[in-house]
Ligand binder design. Structure first.
Ligand code: QAP
Ligand code: CO
Length: 161
C-alpha cells in the first residue's frame, strides 16, 4: 500500500485523456489499493487515476457515511442519464475551492471490476454526482470547467492566492 501524490491545478497533466485498461493484472489491483488509501487519507470521497498521474480509465470512490464501502470502476461508461441536480462540489485536485455544478440526477453506468467482469450500476443523488465528477477527470475535465468563465476565473484566483 502507498499514498500517491495528487496533481493539483493548474497542472496541465490534469487535462490528459485516459486510455482504456486492457491488462487486468496485479499492477491494476495494486493501483486501485493505492488510490483507495490515498483517497481515504486525504480524506476524499472519489479519486480518478488521472489525479495521481496515471492516465488509465480507473476510478475509486466511497460515498458511504461511515467510509466503509469502497468502490472501484474500470473502463466506466455512462450509458443513460436523466434529470438534473445541483450539488456543491469540491475536488482533491482543486483544494479549498467549492462550487455548485449542475449534473444529471440519475444515471446507469457500465464498468469492469478488477477481474475484468462487466457490471451495470444504477445511481442517483451523491453517488451519481461523484460518478459524473470522476468520469470527467478521465476525459481531462475538472469541475471548474462546468462553471461560467467569470466564476472559473474567480475560483482560479482564489486557488492561486
Ligand atoms: C468529488 O471530491 C466529489 O477542497 C470528490 O480541501 C465532490 O473527495 C463528488 C476535498 C463532491 C461528489 C460531490 C476537497 C478534500 C475532497 C478539498 C473530494 C479539500 C479536501 C474532495
Ligand atoms: Co475531482
Amino acid at each position: 500500500m502507498a499514498i500517491l501524490d495528487i496533481l493539483t491545478l493548474p497542472d496541465p497533466k490534469l487535462k490528459t485523456k485516459a486510455q482504456r485498461v486492457t491488462d487486468f493484472d496485479g499492477s491494476l489491483a495494486q493501483l486501485t489499493e493505492d488510490m483507495l488509501e490515498t483517497m481515504y487519507a486525504a480524506p476524499g470521497i472519489g479519486l480518478a487515476a488521472t489525479q495521481v498521474d496515471v492516465h488509465q480509465k480507473v476510478v475509486v470512490m466511497d460515498v458511504s457515511e461511515d467510509s466503509d464501502t469502497p468502490m472501484v470502476f474500470i473502463n466506466p461508461e455512462i450509458i443513460e442519464a436523466t434529470g438534473s441536480q445541483t450539488y456543491e462540489e469540491g475536488c482533491l485536485s482543486v483544494p479549498g475551492i467549492y462550487a455548485k455544478v449542475k449534473r444529471a440526477e440519475q444515471l446507469v453506468m457500465k464498468y469492469q471490476d478488477i477481474a475484468g467482469e462487466w457490471h451495470e450500476l444504477s445511481a442517483d443523488g451523491l453517488l451519481a454526482v461523484c460518478i459524473q465528477h470522476e468520469l470527467d477527470h478521465l476525459q481531462g475535465i475538472v469541475f471548474l470547467d462546468h462553471l461560467s468563465t467569470l466564476k472559473r476565473k474567480m475560483a482560479m484566483k482564489k486557488l492561486l492566492a
